[in-house]
Design a protein around this ligand. Structure first.
Ligand code: ATP
Length: 372
């Protein structure tokens, strides 16, 4: 069984606390993604598990075994790096075989393993080529093949797709997901790319400054981010954050969005279970994702959760299926994702409908989501 436990794990490099009191339990066969901005400590967390760094405090377990003092080679893990780390003077077959030969695996078994892995990753035609004769994607496949050949209890991936171009990255992402479905081995995958995290993970751990800010399934992280950092980090383009005040008018609770020029919008907040009584009169930050703001020109009429506001279009960014529209709402820039048929040109006014059913509120002091 290859579950993973980080129990109050801290790693210090002198004054720097790279990983701060990390507590995580990864289930056997789970695909965990550690995601966060540069320097957040995600690679250090992975290297601690691999045995390439030693924990300053805390316990790390693989299954039921404490591995703090177990050398890397005895941890039954295989790691795939961003840099591939293939041997340039060996061909693909030799690269795949190398780790097995050093462990004195019988020749026939090595042959068998190479065949199986090469088939799985569709690199059978490349076995006689050297790394220099391969494309980036093919090299990445060989690096994965080398890890697979070892048949480890846990795979560790450290930004494995960062060196690939955008199209190949998406293809390899799907391959890694398929691979996990097939081999059903525990995976810990480090990336700074939130789309990679959302698409690959069974569960995501979002890190910043050595701390885990949220650990949950992707949809939950997206719909119910724990705080402003997670809300802003997950989702592209980012969630809109608008300073507002909580009020009650005619029996409805909601936010007043003051937009300068003495104008204001009242937007009711009626999320189930969200009680705002003790927030009345106080400042909050309203969080709305771009896709929750539609052009007012179609659908949505009569939906009690949709509320109209006026804007002026600043910039259009067509993506194909929809267009990102950066609008000005009395001095505040807001991003919305709009049907291409419903857009206006820069400089023109545009009516927008805000869907308040998924709106979030954050405490400006603690930055935590209100009503967690
Ligand atoms: P990136 O995405 O840029 O690789 P990361 O989230 O993986 O970043 P880490 O590499 O884990 O971050 O680094 C976390 C912190 O620890 C950083 O402040 C980094 O400078 C520091 N750090 C990492 N390794 C060492 C080291 N060997 N000596 C000193 N400080 C280190």
């Amino acid at each position: 069984m290859a579950s993973i436990t980080y129990d109050h794990v801290t790693k210090r490099f002198g004054e720097v606390v790279a990983v701060n009191d990390l507590n995580l339990f990864v289930e056997d066969k789970e695909f965990l993604v550690l995601v966060g901005p540069s320097g957040c400590g995600k690679s250090t967390a992975l290297r601690l598990l691999a045995g390439l760094e030693e924990a300053t405090e805390g316990i790390i377990k693989i299954g039921d075994r404490v591995v703090n003092d177990v050398p890397p080679k005895d941890r039954d893990i295989a790691m795939v790096f961003q840099s591939y780390a293939l041997y340039p003077h060996m061909n693909v077959r030799q690269n795949l075989a190398f780790g097995l030969e050093t462990r004195r695996v019988p020749k026939a078994q090595i042959e068998e393993t190479i065949k199986r892995v090469a088939n799985m990753l569709q690199i059978s035609e490349l076995l006689d080529r050297r790394p220099a004769q391969l494309s980036g994607g093919q090299r990445q496949r060989v690096a994965m093949g080398r890890a697979l050949a070892r048949d480890p209890a846990i795979f560790l991936f450290d930004e494995p797709l960062s060196n690939l171009d955008a199209k190949l990255r998406v293809e390899m992402r799907t391959e890694i997901k398929l691979l996990h479905q097939r081999i059903k081995t525990t995976i810990v995958y480090v990336t700074h790319d939130q789309i990679e995290a959302m698409t690959l993970a069974d569960r995501i751990a979002i890190m910043k400054d050595g701390f885990i800010h949220q650990f949950d399934i992707p949809q939950q992280v997206y719909d119910n981010p724990a705080n402003l950092f997670v809300a802003g980090f997950i989702g592209s383009p980012s969630m809109n954050f608008i300073p507002c005040r909580i009020v009650q008018t005619e029996g409805r609770q909601g936010v007043i969005w003051e937009t300068g020029n003495g104008r204001s919008f009242f937007l009711p907040v009626e999320r189930q279970g969200l009680v705002l009584d003790h927030w009345l009169g106080r400042e909050v930050i309203l969080g709305i994702r771009p896709e929750q703001i539609a052009s007012g020109f179609h659908e949505q009429e009569g939906n009690p959760q949709m509320h109209e506001i006026e804007s002026v279009v600043k910039v259009l960014e067509p993506t194909g299926p929809d267009t990102l529209v950066f609008v000005d709402i009395n001095g505040r820039e807001v991003t919305c994702r709009v049907n291409p048929n419903a857009i206006k040109q820069p400089g023109e006014p545009m009516k927008l409908m805000v869907d308040m059913s998924k709106a979030l509120l954050f405490d400006p002091q603690t930055e935590e989501r209100i009503g967690k």
